[in-house]
Design a protein around this ligand. Structure first.
Ligand code: UGA
Length: 436
């Protein structure tokens, strides 16, 4: 069996490296030739734990990296993992996937193989039937379900654990018709992930499952962030004890209840916006989803107003931000709340210094010389009037009084509550903890 994967971003490259390292005959395809060159040399275009190790393993076996989509002609399974970003209005932008489907359709036109195409890209319900299928049928001059298989196969991996999640998913969703292609794909996944539930449903439900998943995670985060704001007003209240305890109730579950500065990243904010837009098109008022988004947007204001209350006018104040990646163990800053915080501070003419163990280069691409960059945490903190911990990188958990000695005025805002037990000799505020 030969497998093609079109689009080598987080999802595509993780799948490419995991399947090829297991010995499958895989072609990873991306239109970006520079990216392909890097990947062929075993270098990942972004930081993701264990990805390069897995990629190098694959390259030693039968993995091929190419920029030519027509090579799918030889492949039995074709995974589509191209990006579906948001446009200016917040709706889903399908231009990349439309172009990919056009090339893919043409590429399978003359082939004798019975291909199965699996769409992993996140798309709003109805996209498979109304957009993807017609483009593929028109350009291949073939019939879906008869001449080739077409299956919705949403992905649930998280950045920073992408390889583990690809190897051990919690579920496999297959959306489409009960054809011979569906049978073949079900067998493939049963062998690949024995004991993992396989949910077979129709296209539109599979597409909706992905949005349901991400919007529920966002809801949990906004819920705990709202509670965290209330806790801050109750002297001595502790949001983590509350989260831990309610999480023990199996109906609630303990994950995704860490209060913080709000959810960021390339998926949750984008998918929430797309679902809200989509709900409106269907005529449903997305009251809850709007509230989840609203809480998320306002969460950052809480942090800024705390800084303002304690420091006064923020203009020219020296503020250090620890962590710009949207979460630890990634260099990804897309829709990172820390990046938004810096933008708001710059509007108020704050003198910003940042540190991040992995994301300095990506941050530099955004802010150039408008802010200061420190390689060492100590240098970032030295002379600062306020330190704000935005990302819970492991190394920040080790900070002690000694590290804050060189601060001008010792004020610390800990958005992740990683230093609560340190008895810091500073004006210390932990988001979600009511100061006594
Ligand atoms: C998210 C989903 O978790 C994945 O299941 C999904 O496949 C992926 O989007 C996607 O659609 O591609 P990811 O973007 O990697 O994964 O990020 P998360 O781990 O979900 O974190 C998102 C944000 O929520 C981060 O800013 C994080 O700091 C924040 N968060 C997360 C909290 O503030 N509290 C929590 O308890 C959990």
């Amino acid at each position: 069996m030969k497998i093609a994967i079109i689009g080598l971003g987080f999802v595509g490259l993780s799948l490419t490296s995991v399947l090829s390292s297991k010995g499958f005959n895989v072609i990873g395809i991306d239109v970006d030739k520079e990216r392909c060159k890097k990947i062929s040399n075993g270098i990942s275009p972004f930081f993701e734990p264990d990805l390069e190790k897995s990629l190098k393993n694959g390259l030693k076996k039968k993995l091929q990296i190419e920029s030519d989509v027509s090579l799918v002609e030889d492949c039995d399974l074709i995974f589509v993992t191209v990006g579906t970003p948001q446009n200016k209005t917040g709706s889903i932008d399908l231009s990349i996937i439309k172009n990919a489907m056009l090339s893919l359709g043409k590429s399978i036109r003359n082939s004798k193989k019975q291909h199965t195409i699996l769409i992993k890209s996140t798309v709003v319900p109805g996209t498979m039937k109304d957009v993807i299928l017609p483009i593929l049928e028109k350009n291949s001059k073939k019939k879906a379900g008869k001449d080739f298989g077409l299956i919705s196969n949403p992905e649930f991996l998280q950045e920073s654990t992408a390889i583990k999640d690809t190897k051990f998913p919690h579920a496999v969703v297959l959306g489409g018709y009960e054809t011979k292609y569906m049978k073949k794909v079900k067998n493939f996944f049963t062998k690949l992930h024995p004991n993992v539930p396989i949910i077979i449903t129709n296209h539109q439900t599979a597409e909706m499952i992905k949005y349901a998943n991400n919007s529920f995670l966002a809801t949990k985060i906004s819920f705990i962030n709202q509670l965290s704001n209330i806790c801050q007003k109750i002297p001595g209240a502790n949001v983590d004890d509350i989260a831990k305890t309610i999480g023990l109730d199996p109906r609630i579950g303990g994950l995704f209840l860490n209060a913080g500065p709000g959810y960021g990243g390339s998926c949750l904010p984008k998918d929430m916006k797309a679902l809200i837009k989509f709900a409106k098109i269907t005529g449903v008022k997305p009251i809850l989803l709007n509230a989840v988004e609203d809480v998320n947007i306002k969460q950052l204001e809480e942090i800024i107003s705390l800084a303002k209350r304690k420091l006064g006018n923020l203009e020219s104040k020296k503020i250090t931000i620890l962590g710009t990646s949207f979460k630890p163990n990634t260099d990804d800053i897309r829709d990172s709340i820390a990046i938004e915080l810096i933008k708001r501070f710059l509007k108020r003419k704050v003198n910003v210094t940042i540190h991040d163990p992995r994301a300095i280069n990506n941050t530099k691409n955004v802010f150039k010389d408008k802010i200061n960059y420190a390689k060492a945490v100590k240098d970032a903190i030295s002379g600062s009037q306020c330190v704000i911990i935005m990302t819970q990188w492991k190394q920040y958990e080790k900070l002690t009084n000694n590290d804050f000695k060189q601060m001008k005025k010792k004020m610390i805002i800990d958005c992740r509550r990683i230093l609560v037990d340190k008895q810091l000799d500073a004006d210390y505020y932990a988001i979600g903890f009511g100061k006594e």
